[in-house]
Design a protein around this ligand. Structure first.
Ligand code: ATP
Ligand code: MG
Length: 707
């Protein structure tokens, strides 16, 4: 490998192959590059007869994993194929597939998605006589997940502390866990926790895995939570302890999923002998972009100060743009993109970033109007569609007959005359006889409280599922699925239930998309493809849909949340909605800690840009039919005025003096005349007083392709 393509500290990080190593450095300094080069270096040197399969690289998203793998194969050739590159969750799922039976789960376990989790937690609440309309089951789940990721069980806080939810989480936790296990499922958190348990409790497995993975590499280490750290320390508990982690404490943006800045800052707590390397040169952005990013992040207290510099001196000034309305903001962005693309910037070098998923809608409309291709790195929206969930529930039940949530979902979809009363009785029998619901259904004919007709219908259903279970074992996934949907009349049913043609079309289209994705999966995996492996992949990778958006592999503009943009880079970035309540997000302003995280998010967004950065906002938005004036983001105030070019799209129509935003720009321009002098407090930067934090980032739908 050509080491000359690395700067001296990067080279040091690549060549220090033995023992624990921490690379702590700012955005765009080549941390991810260090990881790929280190792997290639290891493959070249083969220390101790090392093979590709002895290397494990953990990335934060599936997309990042795929890209890193491609890069490795490109650099090192086919021998890199056997390097395992995946996310923590995918790695956990892989481990569990082999060894989960040691913990009492069936080998063919399924992964519960959010819908399944909600169904289970509701049941657990009802069993404890807790009303799931008074208390939001999702909040209970959030608390349980938090506790699990911290390696704890939910505990009620002392008298006068915490609230009812802490108590409820504590009360239903065990029932939730037991129900998951009884139906042969695990949730996402279990994908991290159960592997650790396997390693802790079974010495032979610890031996097997520490022998196998002799070199560990973790990207984006600042966003690991306790469960992930536990897994890393266990995997690195052999003799070698060759673990290299890279990250940037300023880019820790997943604290709502339990990530903690201190994990990276106290890496030596886990690996006392760890060596540390700092990188200071930024290769990604122009000095202008970098200075803006540095100025914004500098305001965070308690950070490890970094000096970052770029050889790409100067650069185009940052465009700070105010549009009168959300539509005008979207129109401006789309028009600029048209202009840039016409001027030769490839569309896939342009990204539009936003804080919450909902912000993409007006932009999408404008892009469509201008016939610009785009892809939305969406969250799990596709998999939240009812028809997709139904089809997946069939898959889950066929792969794992214990999966009670899947069973209850589709037992009467399409209607086959098995009503609620029948199912309630069967569930009662199952509980009393300590068998699974499926087991109780097998005994249906023997239960006296079930009418003969009902028992027969149940039997027919079981036979149907059994038949398809065999069908999937021998046949092609997509083909068998087509047959199954035909036989149960799912499409006709979907059509008949819906009055509007448009929504019927959409339904049928999403079912076809599932079948397409099965086909693509079979093509990729070859003979290894099974319904169960497909399901596991699906749960871990909710990025199937957006591939549909761009047929023929044409270049497209990328739309995504700030959270999803981690690690990526684009020549041109549009960072939209630079307003208070969006950036920082409402509900995040109250607590200092959250405001710090919002600032880190802003830093992540800015540092995605290589050459050109737009920071746009609307002066007014319509909310519930009312026009609401918007205040510029306080973060805009932190960017030195000499770095920005201010543009007001509505300047000719501007109202009299005293207008809030006019002040803002007067202020900016004032500062622009006299660089160095602080412009004082912007109208936007209110003191941070008690805003509610309920919902939090977790509720803002930022999980885009992250698992
Ligand atoms: P982030 O914190 O955003 O994840 P990072 O530290 O992982 O950023 P990389 O993505 O690895 O940074 O690198 C940023 C860009 O700089 C990439 O395009 C990379 O190829 C380039 N780069 C890094 N190091 C060098 C180098 N020594 N010479 C030339 N280009 C480099
Ligand atoms: Mg990176």
């Amino acid at each position: 490998m050509d080491l000359s393509k690395l700067n001296p500290p990067q080279r040091e990080a690549v060549l220090t192959t033995e023992g624990p190593l921490l690379v702590l450095a700012g955005a765009g300094s080549g941390k991810t590059r260090v990881i790929t080069h280190r792997i290639v270096h290891l493959l070249d040197k083969r220390p101790g007869g090392l093979l590709a399969r002895n290397i494990l690289a953990v990335t934060f998203t599936n997309k990042a994993a795929t890209e890193m793998k491609e890069r490795l194969v490109h650099m090192a050739g086919p021998r890199a194929q056997n390097v395992l590159v995946c996310t923590f969750h995918a790695f956990g799922a892989e481990m569990l597939r082999e060894d989960i039976y040691r913990l009492g789960w069936p080998k063919k376990f399924t992964i519960a998605d959010q819908g399944d989790q909600a169904a289970i937690i509701k049941r657990a609440m009802r069993e404890r006589r807790i009303d799931d309309r008074t208390f939001d089951p999702r909040k209970v789940l959030t608390l349980i997940s938090k506790a699990k990721n911290a390696g704890k069980t939910p505990e009620p806080l002392g008298e006068g502390m915490g609230d009812d939810y802490d108590l409820i989480a504590h009360m239903v936790y065990e029932a939730y866990q037991l129900a998951l296990k009884a139906q042969g499922s695990v949730d996402f958190d279990d994908l991290l926790i159960l592997p650790s348990r396997l390693l802790r409790e079974h010495e032979d497995l610890r031996h097997k895995y520490t022998q196998r993975f002799r070199y560990l590499l973790v990207d984006e280490f600042q966003d690991t939570n306790q469960a992930q750290i536990d897994l890393v320390t266990l995997l690195a508990s052999g003799e070698t302890r060759n673990v290299c982690v890279v990250g940037d404490d300023d880019q820790c943006i997943y604290s709502w999923r339990g990530a903690e800045v201190r994990n990276i800052l106290s890496f030596d707590k886990y690996f006392a002998e760890a060596k540390e390397v700092r990188l200071e040169q930024n290769y990604r952005s122009t000095q202008v972009v970098l200075d803006a990013a540095n100025a914004v992040i500098a305001k965070n207290p308690e950070r490890k100060a970094k000096k970052m510099w770029s050889e790409r001196k100067g650069g185009e000034r940052i465009k700070v743009v105010t549009a009168p309305t959300e539509e005008e903001e979207a129109r401006y962005v789309a028009t600029e993109i048209s202009r840039l693309v016409a001027g030769g910037v490839p569309a896939d070098e342009i990204a539009i970033l936003y804080r919450v998923n909902g912000q993409s809608r007006p932009i999408e409309e404008m892009l469509r109007e201008k016939s610009l291709r785009y892809e939305v790195v969406s969250g799990s929206e596709f998999f939240d569609r009812r028809e997709v969930k139904d089809v997946i529930a069939y898959f889950k039940l066929i792969a794992n007959p214990r999966d009670e949530t899947a069973l209850l979902r589709i037992i009467n979809v399409p209607a086959r005359g098995i009503g609620d009363v029948t199912m309630e009785r069967l569930v009662a029998h199952a509980r009393r006889d300590s068998v699974t619901l499926w087991g109780a259904m097998e005994r249906a004919e023997g239960y006296e409280d079930l009418p003969k007709g009902a028992a027969e219908k149940v039997k027919d259903f079981l036979q149907l599922v059994e038949r398809y279970r065999q069908g999937y074992e021998t046949g092609k996934l997509a083909e068998v699925t087509r047959k199954l949907l035909e036989e149960i009349g799912y499409k006709d049913d979907a059509k008949s239930l819906i009055t509007s043609q448009a929504s019927a079309d959409r339904k049928l289209k999403s079912i076809d998309q599932v079948i397409n994705s099965l086909e693509a999966f079979e093509k990729r995996e070859g003979p290894k493809a099974s319904l169960l492996t497909y399901l596991n992949r699906l749960s871990l990778d909710t990025r199937q849909e957006e591939e549909e958006e761009v047929p023929g592999g044409h270049k497209a503009v990328t739309l995504m949340t700030l959270h999803a943009s981690k690690g990526l880079e684009y020549r041109v970035v549009f960072f939209i909605g630079m307003e208070e309540e969006l950036m920082p997000h409402k509900g995040m302003q109250g607590e200092a800690q959250n405001l710090e995280e919002e600032r880190r998010l802003c830093y992540v967004g800015i540092t995605r840009a290589k050459e050109l950065l737009y920071l746009t906002r609307s002066a007014m938005r319509v909310k519930r039919g009312k026009e609401v004036p918007r205040t510029p983001s306080r973060f805009l105030e932190d960017i030195p005025p000499e770095l920005v070019e201010v543009m007001d799209l509505d300047a000719p129509r501007k109202g009299p003096a005293g207008d809030q935003e006019k002040n803002f720009f007067a202020n900016l321009k004032e500062r622009f005349k006299a660089p160095g002098t602080s412009g004082g407090v912007a109208p936007g930067s209110k003191p941070t007083v008690g805003a509610p934090t309920t919902g939090g980032a977790a509720a803002t739908g930022t999980t885009g392709g992250v698992r």
